[in-house]
Unconditional design. Structure first.
Lengths: 298, 298
């Protein structure tokens, strides 16, 4: 299996799936729909829908029912980026080399497009009620989706992150950094794997295991991000090295040191693999994908 | 029946219901939860949950199942106001004599609090799956809720309204004004009555009739708003008269004239009453409430 080729092929399929769920009808609200489509066509890695789809297959899931949720979680991820880029938040003019939504459509339309994507994620996920998936599983999946994306998940992490930026370095504790990693980053990864399992009929214990695997992967991914900011290669990473230190930003690495951080990534990754092997289901591609998210150079 | 007293009593009950659904747990995201609570405790009229609850009772609905959706629709209404007040939107410092959310918590927290309220509306409505209401009805109600609050409902109307403000008066057509009234205002009124009916077991024809009644009431309500801006009494209305004309704002009244506007309100109101009487269910309080929303001096 050539992982890079496989990922490329599957990502293209996911792009097509997401596009197929975007709204067609246009009336006097055409601008907000354009802004939604511009935002979602960002060339992102689609890692959340990919994890969901692979977990779904791992538990024997078949057919198109999962696609409603694959599109929905990418809409939620996208709206969070659109609002995060706003002038009153991170004030970013570019993302992945492309102008941000408010830069192209104005701030008011970017606020509305973000709102519209979150709202449309709910509409899209509810569309799964028209598929052949058991409605009880859809209800459970909806609850996981909006729990992990809300105040006890992504929005919670986002809030803590925004506030941490205005804190003195001494106030940014290990506990706070962990809260941000778990909620801002890991929560939607957890939702992706849990929903894949739930829709395919995984039982409660299995879904809990998926949650722990995804949490480990999400946290390790973030620590690796901090490590690469110190040790990375400018050419591979495509962004300046050492920016966290120059910005006096408290990171996992500045709190725990480089060696400990590397050891923690290793331990989290190993635990994730062991947990994955406790499941009675198997998906070698998913295992490679999870390890690749952690053990990366960029 | 003393309508004013009844409305006051029922509104107090709804305030308590909404409060009971607001999140308790606080961690590093405490600020966004505070901002959500501040926003929802705005002293609004709670007209949407009231209409939902009364329609639910009209069709024989009993018990607390409807309360999840009563809270959810008020959260959606509230988030739309929080984002609408932002500097990049209407830039309002006060609403109902109280400082707006961004004025108190900052723009970034107001964006997050709005997002959090919309997301929490989904979580709250999904909580109805724990009640004794048939899950199939809950699925239908969720679909109506997010359809009417999204790009083919409230957000659509909001988008058209934002864009209309930058248009030449000659570009603001009757069709556009109707689109804004139907979507920005009527859509959530429609959702309120439809969901009340759906959760209580109203059939498709009855739900369609509820939608038409609510649409008439919503449109008439907005036209009455435009009429009062011309003919209202400053003391009763509590805001300056004639502001639309001074702002060269195109309104229903400026397009159709005062007499025609009054006649249209009368006709919409009459049709709503006739439609209400075609339903086999009855709720005299609801009828008075709907008429009172239209035939008002403030």
């Amino acid at each position: 299996m050539n992982m890079a080729e496989e990922i490329k092929r599957k990502t293209a399929e996911i792009d097509a799936i997401i596009e197929s769920f975007m709204p067609e009808e246009e009336d006097y609200q055409a601008t907000v729909i354009d802004a939604m489509k511009y935002s979602i066509a960002s060339g992102g890695k689609r890692i959340r829908p990919l994890l969901m789809s692979e977990t779904y297959k791992m538990f024997g899931g078949e057919g198109e029912g999962v696609e409603y949720f694959m599109a929905a979680i990418e809409m939620i991820h996208t709206y969070s980026l659109v609002h995060d880029d706003l002038p009153c938040m991170d004030d970013d003019e570019y993302r992945r080399g492309r102008k941000t939504t408010h830069t192209v459509y104005g701030e008011n339309m970017a606020v509305l497009a973000g709102d519209a994507l979150l709202n449309y994620a709910a509409e899209t996920a509810l569309g799964a009620l028209d598929s052949d998936i058991d409605p009880a599983r859809i209800g459970k999946a909806m609850r996981v989706l909006f729990n992990k994306s809300g105040i006890n998940g992504m929005i919670g992490g986002q809030t803590a992150d925004v506030e941490a930026e205005n804190k003195e370095p001494s106030e940014v504790t290990e506990d706070l950094i962990e809260y941000i990693h778990v909620n801002k980053t890991a929560a939607l990864i957890e939702a992706s794997m849990m929903i894949g399992g739930i829709l395919a009929g995984a039982d409660t214990i299995q879904v809990n295991t998926l949650e722990r695997i995804a949490r480990n992967v999400g946290i390790a991914f973030q620590i690796q991000d901090d490590i690469l900011d110190v040790t990375g290669d400018f050419k591979e990473l495509g962004k300046p090295i050492g920016s966290d230190e120059r910005n006096h930003k408290v990171t996992y690495v500045s709190l725990h040191g480089l060696e400990q951080s590397k050891a923690d990534v290793e331990a989290l990754s190993k635990e994730a693999t062991i947990l994955l092997h406790t499941l009675e289901a198997e998906n070698p591609f998913l295992e490679q994908l999870l390890l690749g998210m952690i053990d990366r150079k960029k």
